[in-house]
Design a protein around this ligand. Structure first.
Ligand SMILES: [Cu+2]
Length: 290
């Protein structure tokens, strides 16, 4: 009788879990560094979020669409971070204090990992650095010549669904299209990890399998950290690693199209682009070169 009751309780508990399968909430505490002009997001320097990510500075959207009036750069806040299956945003943002800003606002042209490197312009040859692919093979970027390449930058441990995991999902969609369209037979996808400490070839291989990345169409690259940083910076990628923990990464997003001759065509900023846009551009570049 007791065992039976317990079983029912467990079954109910399990069902309860399934009713909200993919939404998790976390308390967030930090300082507002800047608020976007459209007030849809704010850069927040926050404490470690237990079970999710180390302390870092990141841009967050708010569930209510608009950042609350009266909460300004310098304010200390408490909020709830909601992480859904493919999105993340803050809600219940409250001001709890104020402190002087330690660093210039993130939106200002501040020095970053990419400073000192010249941004690639369309038509310029993409530089080459030695990489290692998910099978542990040495691979240069020049080895993709002959294919139109869509390249993005990710790391497998990225905690926020609308950052690196979104780039992965977009590439999954693009892979589906290019595999089904014979005119796109010469398009190749490349994901470069900027966390080589964690993302070794075996880790990337596992990640590729999870994404169902076809090795013939989609290559994941890792390599020497400085080489990767130098390469990525030319596309405008900025990667900041905490001095005491190389895995504590603050980064932006860049995705680019490189033509069959290894020259830059276009760079997409952030996570606002869609697979359809990239597909349209890939098609244009593909037919131009034929
Ligand atoms: Cu990320």
């Amino acid at each position: 009788m007791r065992a039976h009751t317990l079983f029912i309780c467990l079954a109910l508990a399990a069902a309860g879990c399934q009713s909200s399968p993919s939404e998790r909430t976390y308390p967030l505490e930090g300082q507002v560094l800047s608020v976007a002009l459209d007030r849809q997001q704010a850069a927040i320097k926050h404490e470690a979020i237990k079970g999710l990510m180390p302390a870092m500075t990141m841009s967050y959207k708010v569930k209510e669409q608009r950042w609350p009036d009266g909460i300004a750069p310098g304010d200390l806040i408490q909020a709830t971070l909601i992480v859904a299956s493919n999105d993340a945003y803050l809600t219940a943002v409250r001001k709890v204090g104020q402190a002087p800003l330690e660093q210039p606002p993130v939106n200002a042209p501040a020095p970053s990992a990419s400073s000192g490197f010249e941004l690639l312009k369309p038509g310029e040859a993409v530089p080459d650095v030695p990489f290692v692919d998910q099978d542990g093979r040495k691979r240069t970027f020049a080895s993709f010549k002959g294919s139109v390449v869509a390249v993005t930058f990710i790391y497998t441990q990225c905690p926020l669904p609308d950052f690196c995991p979104l780039m992965d999902r977009q590439f999954v969609s693009i892979q589906q299209v290019i595999k089904s369209d014979p005119t796109l037979a010469k398009v190749h996808l490349v994901s470069v990890s900027f966390d080589p400490l964690t993302d070794t070839p075996p880790v990337l291989k596992k990640h590729a399998r999870a994404l169902k990345a076809d090795p013939a169409r989609w290559t994941l690259l890792t390599g020497d950290r400085d080489d990767i940083d130098r390469f990525a910076a030319r596309f405008g990628l900025s990667v900041l690693r905490a001095p005491n923990d190389q895995r504590d990464i603050t980064h932006n997003l860049r995705t680019a199209i490189v033509d069959a001759e290894g020259k830059l065509v276009k760079v997409y900023l952030g996570n606002e682009w869609t697979p359809d846009q990239v597909m349209a551009d890939l098609k244009t570049v593909g037919t131009m070169k034929r």
